[in-house]
Design a protein around this ligand. Structure first.
Ligand code: TYM
Length: 333
């Protein structure tokens, strides 16, 4: 795979993975792993911007690794590693910080969101979060970054920082592009249609890959519906649209078509629809969940995965950083 395009992406170990992480990110990782040169990372350093307490970090890192593998990621096929195991990341982050302006960082949507969520801890790491993310990507000179829609702005910033570096010091980095297999970037809605699924917010409206069958059914059956459309032109309210969108992800096409037809004929029965969605969701999630449990038992295997991944990632990082230092003129011998 010498000439294959380089792919890089990351997930923070801040909680259980959910359907958004799966359909926005992990599914793409698995589809790309055979035909590209892939680097996939557990973003443990990024998690320190919001979770300074590291008591649960080890367990969370192990779990996210197991969850990715249970979804089909093959650590022999890709470099699957922890961010903190590749210390070159921090060096590149430092250099890129000198090319990132306070004004643009303060305008970032995710930063403003975090300021609202944790006003007592608006740390500099939070402000420069997109710079660290850019370092992750550029460290391997990646050009494709499989992510969900919520990461679009971070990718735009990564392109800006890469271009800025190239203009000042010489062409080292390709422009990284956000990537989704075959279509637009994905945003998996929360079950109540009020926003996106998220690791930490609105947990009752988020379906996790670790949810037991009865929890999945309970969450889906509790989802808000109404008495149905009154004529064939009635637009779907957000909470109904969310149920359809989730159904499209896990149910057969003819099943989705049937409920769409029922909707336009004003004969839809939401109870039946949610029951069907719960069946299909359970069928989708339960093998992954059980797989995760097995993988988590084998700590030695997890350690081996991390070591093997770090070794591959460090090799690529080392080559890039030699080019970077050279380009920047940080070579005085
Ligand atoms: P994180 O951990 O929040 O999310 C991991 C991946 O899941 C996607 N995602 C979603 N996609 C669709 N619908 C949703 N509801 C949804 N929720 C989450 C995210 O878009 C992401 O692809 N900053 C990153 C981690 C990161 C990274 C990187 C990503 C660190 N370094 C380098 C790419 C490249 C983050 O917080 O992802």
């Amino acid at each position: 795979m010498m000439d294959a395009k380089i792919v890089m992406s990351g997930i923070r170990p801040t909680g259980l993975l959910h359907l958004g992480n799966y359909f926005g990110a992990v599914q793409n990782y698995v589809r790309m792993q055979q035909s590209y040169n892939c680097f996939f990372m557990i973003a443990d350093l990024h998690s320190l911007t919001t979770h300074p307490d590291t008591k649960e970090l080890k367990e969370n890192v192990h779990r996210v690794i197991a969850e990715n593998i249970a979804c089909g990621l093959d650590p022999n096929c890709v470099a699957f590693y922890c961010q903190s195991h590749v210390q070159e990341t921090s060096e590149l982050y430092l250099y890129l910080n000198m090319l990132a302006y306070k004004g643009e960082l303060e305008k970032t949507v995710t930063f403003k969101e975090k300021v609202r969520q944790q006003p007592e801890n608006v740390n500099a790491g939070l402000l420069t979060y997109p710079v660290l993310q850019t370092a992750d990507i550029l460290l391997h000179r990646a050009s494709l970054v499989p992510v969900g829609k919520d990461q679009e702005q971070h990718l735009e910033m990564a392109r800006n920082f890469a271009n800025r570096f190239n203009h000042r010091y010489g062409e080292i980095f390709p422009e990284p592009q956000a990537f989704n297999f075959g279509s637009d970037l994905v945003k998996v809605p929360s079950l109540d249609g009020s926003g996106k699924m998220s690791k930490s917010e609105n947990q009752n409206a988020t379906i996790y890959l670790a949810d037991e069958d009865d929890e999945i059914r309970k969450k889906i059956m509790r989802a808000k519906t109404d008495s149905g459309p009154t004529d064939s032109q009635t637009p779907k309210p957000d909470y109904i649209e969310a149920i359809f969108l989730l159904m499209k992800l896990v149910s057969k096409e003819e099943v989705v078509n049937k409920f769409n037809e029922d909707y336009s004929k004003c004969s839809i029965r939401y109870g039946d629809m949610k029951n069907q969605l719960a069946d299909d969701m359970i069928e989708f999630i339960s093998p992954i969940r059980n797989n995760v449990k097995d993988i988590l038992q084998n700590k030695k295997y997890l350690q081996q995965v991390m070591e093997q991944g770090a070794e591959k990632a460090r090799k690529s990082a080392k080559t890039t950083m030699e080019l970077v230092r050279q380009a920047m003129g940080l070579n005085y011998y």
